[in-house]
Design a protein around this ligand. Structure first.
Ligand code: FE
Length: 332
């Protein structure tokens, strides 16, 4: 009897018959888990998530053909391109992905696919910032914000991409002056993540902060952080000759993917209505699939005009942007 039970247990748990895929995620596991759970429930395919904070491209290169990874989930256009350029990805041809994801949000060579977008906006103090006071990104470097601005490190991908957009709209000389102006306006040295800057607004240390949109949803959902969110409103700045700066999160298949077929199923599923709704409702991001609505909360932040600068141009300006942040010693 005992032996039978043991055998039965073994049969159930043996990985030989289990369908599974392995995902290296630069995104925080708690953001991805609701998607993984829904996919597994629907398909029976298990998704093993490994959180890879730094050096995704280097890790995949080092692992080579022996890499267990099928897919990579990450944020930021420059990072997606960096992984693509490291020659560790394979192109994926899929009618489903082509139908669900607008062409400007996927790689022309089919190496990566955008799954969500997010805007880099201004969190403004409800008490100390007047409606209409926040206008353009360019204006954030003006004297009127002296001692009133907080932001995370200038070297973080989110701020490098924003500075890349400044370069694209103007030139490197303008972007250098802009970064200097931004630094001169800081209420304190860059420290922590985007939410820490909103916390600093709530504490009265600064009046405005740069941050990504979805953090508003995350703060409101966290009892400890709700008071920070309640102290601010979201304002969508624009470029003088453009719209509000966007970036993306995306997925790509590794060159050595051992579970290619099921990995493709997960990629396609991530672009489906069901997954795009989870991204919208649980992660407070903007879905990429046409026809999938933003969450009610995200919609309540208002409409905005996305900047039309091609993401590839912003990624191409990354090296110059990094150099500028180092030259002006932004974090120092
Ligand atoms: Fe983030």
């Amino acid at each position: 009897m005992l032996r039978l039970t043991t055998l039965a247990l073994l049969a159930c748990s043996t990985p030989l018959f289990a369908q599974e895929i392995n995902v290296y995620s630069h995104r925080q596991p708690e953001l991805i888990q609701p998607l993984v759970d829904a996919f597994t429930l629907e398909t029976g395919i298990n998704v093993n998530l490994a959180f890879v904070d730094k050096g995704m491209a280097e890790r995949l290169q080092a692992e080579g053909d022996r890499s267990p990874a099928d897919l990579v989930l990450t944020v930021d256009i420059a990072r997606l391109l960096q992984i693509a350029e490291a020659d560790v990805l394979q192109p994926v041809q899929s009618d489903v992905l082509e139908a669900n994801i607008p062409a400007e949000l996927r790689d022309p060579n089919d190496l990566w696919f955008g799954l969500t977008t997010r805007a880099r906006i201004v969190y403004a103090s409800k008490d100390r910032v007047q409606p209409g006071e926040v206008t353009t990104y360019e204006d954030l470097a003006s004297d009127k914000w002296k001692g009133r601005l907080c932001t995370r490190s200038g070297l973080h991908d989110y701020n490098i991409a924003l500075l890349g957009a400044v370069i694209t709209h103007h030139d490197e000389a303008f972007a250098t002056t802009w970064a200097e102006g931004l630094k001169a306006n800081l209420a304190r040295k860059p420290d922590g993540g985007d939410r820490d800057q909103v916390k600093a607004i709530a504490a009265g240390e600064c009046d405005i902060a740069l941050g990504n949109t979805y953090y508003m949803g995350q703060m409101l959902a966290d009892p400890e952080q709700k008071a920070w969110a309640d102290a601010v409103t979201i304002v969508f700045p624009t470029f003088e000759a453009g719209g509000t700066h966007l970036n993306i999160s995306g997925v790509a298949m590794t060159k050595s993917a051992p579970n290619k077929e099921n990995a493709l199923k997960f990629m396609e599923w991530l672009s489906s209505d069901a997954a795009q709704q989870i991204y919208a409702e649980t992660n407070y991001e903007f879905p990429v699939k046409p026809g999938v609505a933003r969450s009610e909360l995200v919609s309540s932040w208002g409409e905005f005009t996305p900047d039309s600068t091609p993401l590839a141009d912003i990624a191409a300006a990354r090296a110059a942007a990094l150099k500028i942040m180092e030259t002006v010693n932004f974090d120092g």
